[in-house]
Design a protein around this ligand. Structure first.
Ligand code: ZN
Length: 228
């Protein structure tokens, strides 16, 4: 019997399709991808929308943390395209009263997952995106240095869509193909008292049950990865 093809052929329908990366950008899950993520059904699994808001990571940075955020612009309105404008420094600060509070802000995340579970990448993972700000996790500060930032379209306190959990799960698995990701936490956990996202509407137990959530520590778990 011939050995199985390494990439786009020969995968069991039950296996996650192999993620394809190039220069820190997730290209997709291969042409054979039938399931993860939901956006794959659109034929373009990952949209690339480069943000100018990033910098170099420190030498030797090990990407073992994923930080979950929530954002919607204006807050509570979905699918407006304004989040994407914020991340690309093209938001019209005068278009909505709330945007005045963001004037001049230069922020980004590596990934954005909209309410339909569609995945957009704004910063390659080998660059330091500007998502967490002042932060600390397990004694290490400046989490932007060594984390991947993922913004879920949503509102603190509001629920998130099943499609968003599916894409987040698929993304965790894809990241683990290229970096030693082992923990997934919320912005609220690395900046307590200062940040509240994604908030109580994010179902950490649902995430922990997902294929991607099963291979990482997350706040739904008892104790930490060292707790045994
Ligand atoms: Zn945040």
């Amino acid at each position: 019997m011939a050995p199985p093809a390494a990439h786009s052929n020969g995968q069991s329908p039950n296996d996650p399709a192999r993620p394809q990366w190039q220069d820190g950008w997730l290209l997709g899950w291969g042409q054979a991808a039938a399931t993860p993520p939901p956006a794959a059904s659109a034929g373009v699994p990952v949209r690339h929308l480069p943000s100018p808001n990033h910098g170099p990571r420190p030498d030797g940075a090990v990407l073992d943390l994923l930080v979950v955020h929530s954002i919607s612009l204006p807050p509570g309105e979905y699918g407006t395209g304004q989040v994407e404008r914020l991340f690309t420094n093209t938001l019209d600060w005068d278009a909505h009263p709330y945007f005045q509070t963001l004037r001049g802000l230069e922020v980004s995340a590596h990934f954005f997952i909209d309410r339909h579970g569609r995945l957009t990448q704004c910063v390659p993972i080998d660059r330091r995106a500007w998502h967490a700000g002042r932060s600390c996790w397990r004694g290490r500060d400046n989490c932007n240095d060594w984390s991947v930032g993922v913004e879920l379209e949503g509102l603190e306190g509001d629920r998130f869509e099943p499609a968003q959990y599916q894409t987040l799960s698929a993304l965790v698995l894809a990241l683990q193909a290229v970096c030693p990701l082992r923990e997934v936490v919320g912005h609220e956990h690395i900046a307590p008292g200062r940040k509240q996202d994604p908030g109580p509407g994010f179902d950490w137990c649902a995430f922990a049950r997902s294929p991607g959530g099963q291979g990482v520590w997350s706040p739904a778990a008892d104790g930490g990865p060292e707790a045994g």
